[in-house]
Write a protein that binds this ligand. Structure first.
Ligand code: CTP
Length: 397
């Protein structure tokens, strides 16, 4: 989260300026205040009105604007931010920064500031590769400017190679890393989520009511803290998180295979509602209805994925977290489950229909660790995820 952070966002003139609009939205979603500055060239690509509307703030454009100078001089504007972000940064602005030129508002702000500066370059691949740009890049880096991207790929000008501006979410990640808000950077975390579907025949299956909401929220919260999340999901109702590695499965056995393939990990969180049983010898053909003759389903036990990982002799994740969905004696059952499965923590909840938790947006959990049972107040599944991710982060760092 970027709550209480003020970012001075300078948009310079390139086709990637349109991504600057999404960047403003993403930064504000995370609580940052965004003060936008547009160069004359940027105004050829995005309008001051759209930038101002998205930022919810006035757009600064002119160096010699008497009203702006009376309200907030350019020196103060350059210093009131926690970070100055130049996105997209053209070859031209990088050249001005490298040479200390100040011939418009954006370059003057960058010269007058004592605030940290981050740039997200965007330009044609030849311009990026040009020795002059590479010299300027080396110069601004040695002046302490941090650089995000550019990425390789197809460019608006029809060429291919490095020069595409990083995606808005990559820039947000770099901003969060700058503020030390990504403590799980470099950590690999596995999350299982959603129900499993156990086939009876090719068209029928046995399932459960898990929506996958809590697992998805948790995957998102862990990714937001910088973790590389491998998100192994059964057929859930809610979409998977953004910015995670999604592995989609149907059955418990497929989930087990995907979990094993994802190892080793620093932490593994098992939020999936895995079917305990599957139909033995599921039919390869659709079962036909025969009057008066009911199919007799035989069940066989599914692998307990959580227990198998928690009980690994070698390569066990540093932290193994299970969930326990109970309908009675929640603490007693969940505590016994933690001991039986040998996981480090159990996140227990009461899923009796009257609680509305299964398929709902709220959750009331009890975190069971070797320190005992800690009941959390009822809160949204997103808040449960944020708090649990913070606890996981504390445990791993
Ligand atoms: N789990 C798993 N593999 C299974 C069954 C469960 O990984 N085959 C995980 C779940 O993801 C969850 C935890 O184990 O983290 C608890 O699952 P639950 O079904 O509640 O526990 P059970 O051992 O099946 O106990 P019971 O059904 O008797 O409550």
């Amino acid at each position: 989260m970027l709550q209480d952070k003020r970012i001075l966002l300078i948009l310079t003139g390139g086709i990637a300026a349109y991504k600057g609009l999404d960047l403003i939205r993403r930064l504000r979603e995370r609580g940052a205040a965004v003060t936008p500055v547009l160069t004359r060239a940027a105004e050829q690509f995005v309008t001051p009105l759209s930038v101002s509307a998205l930022a919810g703030e006035k757009v600064y454009r002119d160096l010699f604007n008497l009203t702006d100078e009376a309200e907030m001089g350019h020196i103060q504007l350059s210093r009131s931010a926690d970070l100055i972000l130049v996105a997209p940064a053209t070859a031209d602005i990088m050249a001005k920064m490298a040479h200390g030129r100040a011939d418009d508002l954006a370059s003057t702000l960058l010269l007058a500031t004592d605030t940290s500066v981050m740039v997200a370059p965007a330009m044609n691949v030849r311009m990026w590769d040009h020795p002059a740009t590479q010299r300027n890049l080396a110069q601004i880096k040695s002046d302490g400017v941090s650089v995000v991207g550019p990425n390789k790929g197809d460019m608006a000008c029809g060429e291919h190679g490095p020069g595409r501006m990083s995606e808005p979410m990559e820039i947000v990640a770099a901003v969060e890393a700058y503020f030390g808000l990504r403590p799980l950077s470099g950590k690999r975390v596995l999350v299982t989520s959603g129900p499993t579907h156990e086939p009876i025949d090719p068209v029928r299956y046995i399932a459960n009511r898990s929506s996958g909401a809590q697992g998805a929220a948790l995957g998102q919260a862990l990714a937001d803290l910088g973790a590389h999340v491998v998100f192994v999901t059964g057929p859930a109702v809610v979409p998977p998180p953004i910015g995670v590695e999604v592995v989609a499965v149907q059955t418990a056995q497929e989930m087990k295979g995907a979990v094993n393939a994802a190892l080793p990990v620093d932490a593994a969180v098992f939020a999936a509602a895995v079917a305990d049983w599957r139909v033995e010898g599921a039919s390869a053909q659709k079962l036909k209805k025969v009057a008066g003759d009911m199919p007799k389903l035989q069940f066989t036990e599914n692998p307990d994925i959580l227990a198998e990982v928690a009980q690994m002799d070698q390569g066990r994740p540093g932290l193994v977290v299970g969930f326990a969905a109970e309908t009675d004696d929640v603490v007693a059952h969940a505590t016994a489950k933690r001991a039986r499965k040998e996981c480090d923590w159990i996140v227990a909840n009461d899923v009796s229909p009257e609680t509305g938790i299964m398929g709902g947006t709220e959750n009331a959990v009890i975190l069971i660790t070797d320190h005992g049972a800690d009941p959390w107040p009822s809160m949204s599944k997103t808040d449960v995820a944020t708090q649990l991710a913070a606890r996981i982060s504390d445990a791993l760092t």
